[in-house]
Design a protein around this ligand. Structure first.
Ligand code: SF4
Length: 371
């Protein structure tokens, strides 16, 4: 994808995981072929920024040598699977995710670009807020289930059948008219009245949701974040030196399994109360061609004024790429300045129009007071 700072190249790690050696290789490639910036996406992908068109081919070769490329772009696009970062080697995920990948690769399913799968088989669900259309998870009685997103109940299945049933559900979605003009999501399809066939509908309630993940030491390892989910090649190398494996999460954090020390420095956020965790922002101007103004500098300067537990989203335009959910306060760049939205998304109706950055920075309490 072309952006204001060059090509953005997506790396979709299998089961969200890269080895330390792969992470070192990605950092090296980001410096050599891009501008050294690596973003964490909300689909648990890594994105290399600032890649030059003339070095794109060499970058792909480097990623291939690291074992990070699929056979072709269509296979990579279909492999839209988010796996809980807290999987353990003795759990079902290490075998289930590859089975699903293999099934998707071998299939001819023409699914919409955003259609995805979540593999979330811990005792409590951690991916419930992560968009996905088909979920493999646990029921409240601990059974493995496959559940269509938006359906109240899941179908209990044997481990060996999970990937097969998930693919059958995807096939039903297509056959039952879930796609319109190349788009479609499972939850919307069910909301509109689509009824699952008896052999795909279940009666098992999904397990309870876990508390949202926060930065710090957690069971099984360390969770670290970077402001705006954006890191440098140096930061990635530092993380790669701290653990044998890195797992990219959909919360724009990295989980270091087995680590009992929090890495620090180089922009790594290790404290859950760091004000930078209260702001979200897309790259904005000049990095995105659609951006109307600068975003991240403003967000950084306002971060310490955002109350604990609240979120401020600074968006380069009304598309709101950095944060699709409604938050307490959103500043949306327009050609006249920044519009202010309260309790909404970047595309919601603003309550104040055309503020300048100086106006907001000189009276942050006035504009953040509504939080
Ligand atoms: S929200 Fe707008 S400015 Fe920001 S990245 Fe998306 S399209 Fe670009």
């Amino acid at each position: 994808m072309m952006s204001g700072d060059g090509l953005v190249v997506r790396i979709r790690p299998r089961a969200g995981q890269v080895t330390a050696a792969q992470a070192h290789g990605i950092a090296q490639a980001a410096r050599e072929y891009g501008n050294g910036v690596i973003d964490l996406s909300s689909r648990a992908n890594l994105q290399l920024r600032g890649v030059r068109a003339e070095t794109h081919g060499a970058l792909l070769k480097a990623l291939d040598a690291l074992g990070l490329l699929d056979d072709d772009p269509a296979t990579e696009a279909r492999r839209n699977i988010v796996v809980t970062p807290f999987w353990s080697k003795s759990g079902v995920e290490p075998a289930l995710a590859p089975a699903l990948e293999a099934g998707l690769a071998a299939s001819d399913l023409a699914l919409p670009g955003k259609f995805g799968f979540a593999v979330d088989c811990g005792p409590r669900r951690v991916l419930n807020a992560t968009p996905a259309d088909i979920r493999i998870e646990r029921s409240d009685r601990g059974k493995l289930i496959v559940r269509a997103d938006g359906a109240q109940f899941g179908l209990p299945i044997a481990f060996e059948q999970a990937a097969v049933v998930a693919l059958a559900l995807a096939r039903w979605f297509i056959a039952s008219g879930g796609i319109s003009e190349g788009r479609g999501r499972m939850a919307a399809h069910i909301r509109k009245g689509a009824v699952l066939p008896a052999h795909l509908a279940g009666t098992e309630l999904p397990a309870a949701q876990a508390a949202p993940a926060t930065t710090g030491l957690v069971a099984g390892g360390a969770l670290v974040a970077m402001a705006f989910g954006s890191m440098t090649a140096d930061s990635l190398e530092k993380l790669a030196s701290a653990a044998a494996e890195l797992r990219v999460t959909p919360w724009r954090m990295v989980f270091l399994p087995g680590s009992d020390l929090m890495p620090t420095g180089l922009g790594i956020i290790s404290q859950a109360n760091d004000p930078l965790l209260r702001v979200e922002s897309c790259p904005g101007a000049p990095w995105c061609p659609q951006a109307r103004a600068e975003t991240r500098l403003l967000a950084r300067e306002l971060a310490s004024h955002v109350p604990l537990g609240k979120t401020l989203h600074v968006s380069g335009c009304a598309k709101g790429c950095a944060c699709a959910r409604p938050v307490a306060l959103t500043l949306v760049a327009t050609s006249q300045g920044y519009d202010l939205v309260c309790n909404g998304t970047a595309s919601a109706t603003p309550v104040v129009h055309a503020l300048s950055a100086d106006e907001i920075l000189s009276q942050p309490a006035r504009y953040l007071g509504g939080l």
